[in-house]
Design a protein around this ligand. Structure first.
Ligand SMILES: *Cc1c(COP(=O)(O)O)cnc(C)c1O
Length: 395
């Protein structure tokens, strides 16, 4: 049995999304900027896709800018808000310690450019509170950027509360909602979100395409200069097949959020209950406010990398931390941020589910993980030291 449990890294495309793309490869292959009919048909598809994405977020089509994915959307949103602030002498930004690298590395670059960033502590409940945001606000704060839900540990942040605080304070609020869009119902107006990043391949759409929602009136800074596409804010011939695939995937996902979330959360809760039985283990992430598909654990006395390889041999595709950090020996910044010490953070496992998974697959995972953990602990000198009392258990 082959079980794909790495949906936070990327998802299988939906049949609907694939079907929605095909015509734009072979029949309606025009450039939307062309004035002839083949181009104009592509232009119509582009604007229809924009309307669909806007409808799923509760905004106007003209507030949607298509990008090459979540990373680009994050970069453009954060840079735009920062430079808008700098023009008014406001160079302070609030974020969290467990953002995706697309956000963190953009912020680090801005710090080199003279901006000051407050990274909110995420140790309590592996989450932040809206009060932390309120307390961090300053006269010169120009941007609050907090992810909607964490990609490694699944915590869902109090976005509507943060949005309300930011709106009252007159500070722009951006959220990296890449893990939430298509999985949780989002309404940017009701939640007072000014900018939001999303990525198609996290909700059964194609890779290499995403979108940035920007509330009307907030000026955008270009990352890519050139033609006048995307109202002059993002140059380059539009990825029409990708954009149409994304819109179809999003429309499909948004139409089924309650039932998909219920199905996926049932599988998640069974996994969490089962894996909690493993001694000296701990659940990572907010136990209550949690993505329906996220299961994240640390197991003391093992190495995450070996765990993944052995699980793969048993047909389970999982992840430890994020794909961006795998292959490097540094433990995940997210696990360190929630207070896991290095040794414990190294023994992490993320299983991320989608509605394509089944209960039979969950049973298979629940068979495989305890076996592999026990096997690795049996060979681990660290585990022997823990058992003989030469070392103290942390979990
Ligand atoms: C995947 C992901 C991104 C990056 O999106 P890409 O489309 O792969 O660039 C950004 N933020 C979060 C939270 C993600 O999970």
């Amino acid at each position: 049995m082959q079980v794909y449990a790495d949906n936070a890294a990327t998802t299988q495309m939906s049949k609907t999304a694939i079907a929605a793309m095909i015509p734009y490869f072979d029949k309606i292959y025009g450039n939307p900027s062309s004035l002839h009919s083949v181009g104009q048909e592509a232009k119509e598809a582009l604007e229809a896709a924009r309307s669909k994405v806007a409808a799923c977020l509760g905004c106007q089509p003209r507030e949607i800018y298509f990008t090459s994915g979540g990373s680009e959307a994050d970069n453009q949103a954060i840079r735009s808000a920062a430079y808008n602030g700098a023009r008014k002498g406001r160079k302070h930004i609030i974020s969290t310690a467990f953002e995706h690298h697309a956000v963190l590395h953009t912020l680090q670059r801005l710090e080199k450019e003279g901006f000051e960033v407050t990274y909110l502590d995420v140790r309590h409940n592996h989450n932040i509170t809206a009060q932390q945001v309120r307390d961090a606000l300053r006269e010169d704060t120009c941007l609050v950027t907090c992810m909607y839900a964490n990609n490694e540990i699944g915590s869902i942040l109090p976005i509507a509360e943060i949005g309300k605080i930011c709106r009252e304070a007159g500070v722009v609020f951006h959220t990296d909602a890449v893990q939430a869009v298509g999985h949780i119902a989002i309404d940017v107006a009701r939640e007072n979100i000014d900018m939001l990043s999303l990525s198609a391949h996290k909700f059964h759409g194609p890779k290499g395409v995403g979108a940035l929602y920007v509330r009307r009136g907030i000026p955008l800074t270009n990352l890519i200069d050139g033609g006048a596409q995307e109202r002059g804010k993002r140059a380059g011939t539009e990825n029409i097949p990708g954009i149409c695939g994304m819109a179809a995937a999003l429309e499909e996902a948004c139409a089924h959020i309650p039932e998909n979330a219920e199905k996926v959360a049932k599988m998640r809760d069974k996994l969490i209950a089962g894996l909690s039985q493993i001694p000296h283990s701990a659940l990572n992430g907010d136990p209550v406010h949690r993505l329906p598909g996220n299961v994240s654990f640390c197991f003391e006395g093992i190495e995450g990398e070996s765990l993944l390889l052995l699980l793969d041999a048993k047909g389970v595709c999982a992840s430890s931390g994020s794909a961006c950090t795998s292959g490097s020996l540094d433990p995940s910044h997210v696990l360190l941020a929630i207070g896991r010490v290095h040794d414990v953070a190294h023994g992490s496992l993320r299983l991320s589910l989608s509605e394509y998974n089944t209960m039979e697959e969950i049973d298979h995972i629940l068979q495989a993980v305890p076996e592999v953990v026990a096997y690795l602990r049996g060979m681990s000198p660290v585990w022997r030291d823990l058992q003989t009392g030469k070392r103290q258990y942390i979990l």
